[in-house]
Design a protein around this ligand. Structure first.
Ligand code: 13P
Ligand code: SF4
Length: 413
């Protein structure tokens, strides 16, 4: 075989197996290769148990029992049932980060969620605790839509337009630690889907109030930013502009930046972005008296037609408090909707989309990965630790602490 016809090669910084069986691919396919520019990989660095192993549940139980209080397992609401079964606590990203911080005696925090959540947990936990993500491929496509370099370029555009002094960044929890650090460095705050309105009020309050001339740069979910600013703070759609990081100057003129009150980053959730106006109208036609409840990561037009809007925790609370016989269609991730339907059988709960709509990265965490993680810990081996660079962690914590100091926050430890 000629030299270079097999082995590993680098393409655009990505290490790829180019043996004949694995010809180079333009895209990084799950299960092959590893992105060297990112902590997130697609190769599991160990031997996973087979998904067909009939002893997986027993193995997970035995490993967890052997670890006792030394391990604390957190499960986001969008995780699979097979994983949730082993979670010590379930919640949304904010509640889970707080819960991780509230267990200083556990040396290992196994985070069954996605990468940005594990990063936040690492930032909020003690230095002698290690946060583990069972599969490093569990990223978030929305968080990946705002990179540090892009956001720095955006800030340069604001400086050029002469509006940086009037602008406070507000970043959604669903962002990388680097974006959270940018937010902390520029005097902003983090928010979650349950406290976004309070965070925006705080940010506008720093520059003359909602009726003043200040601006918010909202990262990275344009929908949560728009829904909150227009539906809850009373700004108009014309007050909002969308900054596209793939176009020079964000695709905006300096005049547009100067006139805007909300500068929305062009990012979205690939799951919640799929719910449509048509699906809401069909549900209303086909299910008499149905109540439509959606997550604020859904598009503005969809939220406008819904009866209720709420974060993951709020959706669970609202459905749980409804009287028996209530009919719902729910616009959020399918694992959670299925769990709601089995938890509240006295209600009729349907999914707001004909096509399957799981979060593919949340679903990366499965029982084989959890068993591998727990059994490795039993053997004293910490796999897939998430460690945020100390300088980044410092500034990200400034922004996270600002969020924790906001008045009337929804979640309390
Ligand atoms: P919350 O869990 O904060 O509602 O966020 C939803 C989500 O998309 C998590 O990835
Ligand atoms: Fe990211 Fe959306 Fe998946 Fe949440 S549901 S992890 S925001 S892609």
């Amino acid at each position: 075989m000629p030299a270079g016809a097999s082995g590993r090669h680098t393409l655009c910084g990505v290490s790829i197996d180019t043996s004949p069986r694995n010809a180079p691919l333009p895209l990084l396919v799950l299960g092959q290769g590893r992105d060297l520019h990112s902590e997130r990989g697609v190769e599991c660095p160990g031997d996973l148990p087979a998904p067909s192993d009939p002893d997986l549940v027993a193995r997970a139980r035995a490993a967890k029992e052997a670890l006792g209080d030394r391990v604390f397992v957190l499960g986001h609401h969008y995780q699979r049932d097979e994983v949730i079964e082993f979670a010590d606590v379930t919640g949304d990203s904010f509640k889970l980060a707080q819960q991780a911080a509230a267990r200083p005696q556990a040396p290992w925090i196994v985070f069954c969620g996605v990468h940005f959540m594990a990063e936040s947990a690492d930032i909020l936990t003690h230095d002698d605790q290690t946060v583990v993500l069972p599969d490093l491929a569990a990223g978030c496509s929305m968080a990946d839509m705002a990179t540090s370099a892009q956001v720095d370029d955006c800030w340069d555009d604001l400086v050029e337009a002469g509006v940086d002094g009037l602008t406070i960044p507000v970043s959604y929890m669903n962002s990388s630690a680097a974006i959270k650090a940018f937010t902390g460095r520029h005097g902003g705050t983090i928010c979650t889907s349950s406290n976004a309105a309070t965070a925006l009020e705080w940010a506008f309050g720093r520059t003359g109030g909602v009726g003043g001339s200040g601006k918010v740069l909202f990262l990275p979910d344009q929908h949560l930013g728009r829904n909150t600013a227009v539906r809850e703070l009373g700004l108009s759609l014309d007050d909002c502009v969308v900054y596209d990081p793939h176009r020079p100057g964000g695709g905006l003129t300096p005049e547009q930046l100067r006139a805007a009150r909300m500068i929305l980053w062009r990012g979205h959730c690939s799951v919640h972005g799929r719910f449509t106006v048509d699906a809401v109208q069909t549900a209303r036609r086909e299910i008499p008296g149905v109540k439509v409840i959606v997550h604020p990561e859904c598009r503005y037009e969809v939220c406008e037609l819904a009866d209720e809007i709420g974060s993951t925790e709020q959706i669970i609370a609202k459905v749980g408090a409804a009287p028996a016989g209530t009919s719902w269609v729910v616009g959020t991730e399918l694992n959670l909707v299925k769990r709601l339907a089995s938890k509240f059988p006295e209600q009729s709960i349907a999914f707001l989309e004909k096509n399957v709509c799981y979060c593919s990265t949340m679903n990366r965490i499965d029982l084989p990965h959890l068993v591998w993680t727990l059994e490795s810990l039993v053997e004293g081996q910490v796999v897939n630790p998430i460690r945020v660079d100390p300088e980044v962690a410092h500034w990200a914590k400034v922004a996270l602490d600002q969020m924790l100091a906001l008045p009337g926050r929804t979640h309390k430890v």
